[in-house]
Design a protein around this ligand. Structure first.
Ligand code: NAI
Length: 329
């Protein structure tokens, strides 16, 4: 079986080559993302293996189908970038890695909170330059603060358990409640109540029609002055222009994002010698109270192990006609 792996970085290739011992499966690694313009590269392959910023829309699926692709293996949990209905009607199966390490993402969300709050990134640079002043480095105690969590699935639940250890009160909104979390002291409220009552808001729901731009002008208006917003889920959960207005008016006190709506053209690349043609990200970068990481929340050794082994198992299960445990239906 021939598999075309898209959006490959050296570290992805390294993990695949370390784990892939079965010679029946041959992998070709493409640095480029998969989209309608690059889909012709799949000629002669049986499957594609893709990541978060590959865009597999209806037009791309049409080309994949024409080229004989029978499987789309996502190396991630979210599948908002694949037109599942179009895949289905073209008889292409879609599999994913449903949980590779909720701890990796939840811990990164906590890292964003702690860094934004205690400004360790600024302290690090100051001290290296012989500046030992504490001016403007003041933070706040997490103890006793109210944390709002939207989406209490695997990552959200892990985040709740970690943040509880700081002595925070946790309020949450999810379309389905977890009794286990309620027993652990998480209080489920309406979405508006979560917006109104939290000091820190952390987004852990998937991107879909009901969650797109869930943080917008209207919801920001409900929030406490100086609120901290953390997004490690998907960029389009946030209306970036509205958040910039909120930061400018000082309504939003802090913003920590690992994902960005227009990240496709930026994230995972070294653009340090390029002119960045994205005014919104340039504006965000200019705020002293905004911290951006480039979709790295998942990036731990444990998660990479899990992503690679599960992807290989998914491909093997498809090849051997076994039950597709991780099929997206
Ligand atoms: P999950 O499926 O276990 O949990 C998602 C939760 O969101 C579920 O409890 C679901 O009921 C809830 N939900 C669905 N629609 C909702 C709505 N309209 N409002 C509120 N809650 C809603 O997913 P998991 O594994 O916790 O991942 C969450 C998201 O994190 C993924 O969809 C993905 O976008 C993102 N992610 C980001 C990574 C990164 O590196 N930054 C890595 C992995 C995932």
């Amino acid at each position: 079986m021939k598999i075309a792996v898209f959006s490959t970085k050296s570290y992805d290739q390294e993990y695949f080559e370390n784990y892939s011992i079965d010679s029946r499966y041959t992998f070709s690694f493409f640095e480029t993302a998969l989209n309608k313009d690059t889909a012709s590269l799949t000629n002669g392959f049986d499957a594609v293996c893709i990541f978060v910023n590959d865009r597999v829309d209806k037009n791309t699926i049409k080309i994949l189908s024409k080229n004989g692709i029978r499987l789309i293996a996502l190396r991630c949990a979210g599948f908002n970038n694949v037109d599942i209905e179009a895949a289905k009607s073209n008889n292409i199966k879609v599999v994913r890695v449903p949980a590779y390490s909720p701890e990796a993402v939840a811990e990164h969300a906590v890292a964003l909170i702690l860094t934004l709050n205690r400004k360790t990134h600024k302290a690090y640079n100051r001290v290296r330059e012989g500046n030992f002043s504490l001016k403007n480095l003041i933070g706040f105690n997490l103890y006793g603060k109210t944390i709002g969590v939207i989406g209490t699935g695997q990552i959200g639940a892990t985040f709740c358990r970690i943040i509880k250890g700081f002595g925070c009160k946790i309020i949450a909104f999810d379309v389905s409640k977890s009794d286990e979390l309620v027993q652990q002291g998480v209080e489920y409220l309406s979405l508006d109540e979560v917006f109104q009552q939290c000091d820190i808001l952390s987004l852990h729901c998937p991107l879909n029609a009901s969650t797109k731009h869930i943080v917008n002008e209207k919801s920001i208006a409900l929030m406490k002055d100086g609120v901290m917003i953390i997004n490690t889920s998907r960029g389009a959960l946030i209306n970036t222009a509205d958040v910039i207005t909120g930061l400018t008016s000082k309504k939003i006190g802090y913003l920590g994002i690992d994902v960005y709506e227009q990240e496709e053209k930026l994230f995972f690349e070294d653009l340090s010698e390029s002119i960045i043609e994205d005014d919104l990200i340039l504006k965000l970068i200019s705020f002293p109270n905004v911290l951006i990481t480039s979709h790295q929340a998942y990036f731990t050794k444990e998660a990479m192990d899990e992503i690679t082994t599960t992807t290989l198992q998914n491909i093997e299960a498809f090849d051997k006609n076994l039950e597709l445990k991780n099929e997206v239906v």
